[in-house]
Design a protein around this ligand. Sequence first.
Ligand code: SF4
Ligand code: SF4
Length: 453
Amino acid sequence: MATTMKHETPTSMAPAIAAATPAHALRPVVDYELLFDCVHCGLCLEACPTYVITRAEVDSPRGRIYLMKSLADGSLTLDADAVRHLDLCLECRGCETACPSGVHYGKLIEQSRVYVERNYRRGLAERLRNRVINAIFPYPARMRVLLAPVRLAERAGLRPLMRRLAPSAMRDWLDLIPPLTPRKPAPHSPGDAATVAADAPSAVVHHGCVAQVLTDAENWNTERALAAVGYRVAHLARTQCCGALDLHNGNLERAREFARANVREFEQSGADAIVSAASGCAAVFAGYGELLKDDRELAAAAARVAGRVSDLSSLMVARGHRFTHEFRATVTYHDSCHLAHGLGVRDAPRAILRAIPGVNLIEMAESDLCCGSAGSYNLTEPAMARALVGRKAGNIAATGADYVVLGNPGCELQIAAELRRRGARTRVIHLADFLALAAGANPSRTDGTAPAV
Ligand code: SF4
Ligand code: SF4
């Protein structure tokens, strides 16, 4: 299987099948019957970012499903080529939205990655890179230590020099790190609580792991926006990684450990709505019922948690919030994959933006095509990630918008890095921060000052 197999149909892929390896077949790991939901219609192809870039059948959802089936049947060897095509998938789930047959692609690719990690030995460099990512990213304290030299360089005004001296592979990583200006975490503003009725519905915002280090203002602004529309904001005693990184990397056991810890915390919070400023995390929470369905202690609680997951824009629309402040700006909206394809939320953020007096919303082309961020994908697959974010930046530029608003910090960092590289004037901003800005507050403040959304 090679990327040279452009435009081949699944049938014509058959001659490329290598020697059978039934002993290592994918079949015990994957929900085999789900593979047959795909009727090979190809309607998902143009919705697939990797197919759009490579035009190779094997880098399309249909091609990958055929590949999974061949692995499941034991008629295809799990070699470097097969792993390459599975690795290149962003797990954006754009194909699920496009598929008329209801193929559960996200589930299939997650299961396939578990199989790959158990049965395929990667090269040393890849193993080391993955270990570093897995050992650091889910843990905010470790992330802060890792970022300390960047923070020091920034304080000394040496970040541009640091970037220039860094090896090119490192430069892409450095570009993704936003300005690390000191931020003061603060309790919720008493002013917010005073406006909320005691019997109002409650919501809790999960602050994430990477997000609480790099983009914590979005968490606080999400809480304030919820309080401003009448939610009682509860807080978690402890925040664990949602498990997305492990799910995407085939590390099912640690994903379940994180899920169990989060389910306990969410249950303890008693919140009616579970929210994350990172739609990638929210989509994982929504999948906890499935992830822990065989957990004797927590299966029922996990299903309850999954059923309470929502997002800021949907909750605001449900409360019928009216905006009073005018904010004159031309805005475009980027659909973060897991908000649009994972949670099916597309209209609510747009409705919120249109409801702000003075905001002119212009749709960009391919608004729901992945920007290439996809968790740690932009670190592990930089070439595809750069191709995709370049395409996204072109679509943003064509709108002439002042702001591109979105609902996921990963997309924000990815798109902001590309716009900085291009010297573009458009500013990338999370919806929660945009609401704070539109209300006249400094969106990066985390000192307890509540914007009157
Ligand atoms: S999840 Fe995204 S990248 Fe993967 S096959 Fe589906 S559309 Fe393509
Ligand atoms: S749209 Fe669905 S059924 Fe059609 S090829 Fe894609 S995954 Fe298969």
